[in-house]
Design a protein around this ligand. Structure first.
Ligand code: PEP
Length: 265
């Protein structure tokens, strides 16, 4: 039988490589008053690196958290162009995306690197948001669960189950990211349930606590149905996080009853 869990929904906006000082200020002027009233939802945004400090200032008097889109797996030193976990923590980040599919495909980040980044984030006091998900070809070949399991196992091997569950997991089917093609609530829930069960098989408390977000063309008009699924604890939002009304509507859709798992944890 499903049981009640107290996971608070989380919505994270991934601005990707978009924005400017003026555009960010204008976006946040619109978003902050609208999302601050949703006390039952945690909200965070991930701007590009150069804007982290100014966005941190703009978020200062709000409950909206700051996150980064990437980090180095190294702690410090001769790594030109890289940004460490402790630097992100130092400028006020609470979250960092790890293994986003655009990093995996455009910048050849493999499972081992992603796992080391996850570990570096945790050690610096950040909450890593581990992105997992299959390509269209992998889905068509029926490999979705195996692929997601492989991606989770790589992180498990480096940090162990307790630390893995201290992060957030984002299931993002690659074919749905930025394409306008969204997984149906049923398709998304099936993979989220698989992830929850994978966690529960290793640590039932971790499974009950870990937030699993869905990402991939979430919009104002599909968010409620997706977030209504028992194992979907919010969303990782790309394109729609750049629009005040859309992002606010998505955050509103995440306000909900406490999550009820599909499996007895
Ligand atoms: C993302 O960038 O993680 C994402 C899900 O993008 P979009 O919402 O635009 O599909």
């Amino acid at each position: 039988m499903p049981i009640e869990s107290n996971r608070k929904p989380l919505v994270i906006g991934n601005w990707k490589m978009n924005g400017s000082s003026a555009a960010n200020a204008s976006l946040l002027r619109g978003v902050l008053p609208l999302v601050s009233i949703f006390e039952s939802v945690d909200v965070a945004i991930c701007p590009p690196f150069p804007y982290l400090t100014t966005v941190a200032d703009l978020l200062d008097n709000s409950d909206v958290g700051l996150g980064a889109q990437n980090l180095s797996e190294q702690r410090s030193g001769a790594c030109t162009g890289e940004v460490s976990a402790s630097m992100l923590h130092d400028v006020g980040c609470r979250f960092v995306l790890v293994g986003h599919s655009e990093r995996r495909t455009l910048y050849a980040e493999d499972d081992e690197l992603v796992a080391n980044k996850f570990s570096a984030a945790l050690h610096a006091g950040l909450t890593p948001v581990l992105c997992v998900g299959e390509t269209l070809e992998q889905r068509q070949r029926g490999e979705t669960r195996a692929l997601v399991t492989t991606q989770l196992n790589a992180v498990l091997k480096v940090v162990g189950i307790t630390d893995l569950a201290r992060g957030v997991i984002a299931y993002e089917p690659v074919w749905a990211i930025g394409t306008g093609e969204t997984a149906t609530p049923g398709q998304a829930q099936a993979v989220h349930r698989h992830i929850r069960q994978w966690l529960a098989d290793r640590d039932r408390t971790a499974a009950a606590q870990c937030r699993i977000l869905y990402g991939g063309s979430v919009k104002a008009d599909n968010a409620e149905q997706l977030f209504g699924q028992p194992d979907i604890d919010g969303g990782l939002i790309g394109g729609a996080s750049l629009d005040v009304q859309s992002f606010a509507a998505i955050c509103r859709a995440a306000q909900s009853e406490p999550a009820s798992d599909s499996i007895a944890i």
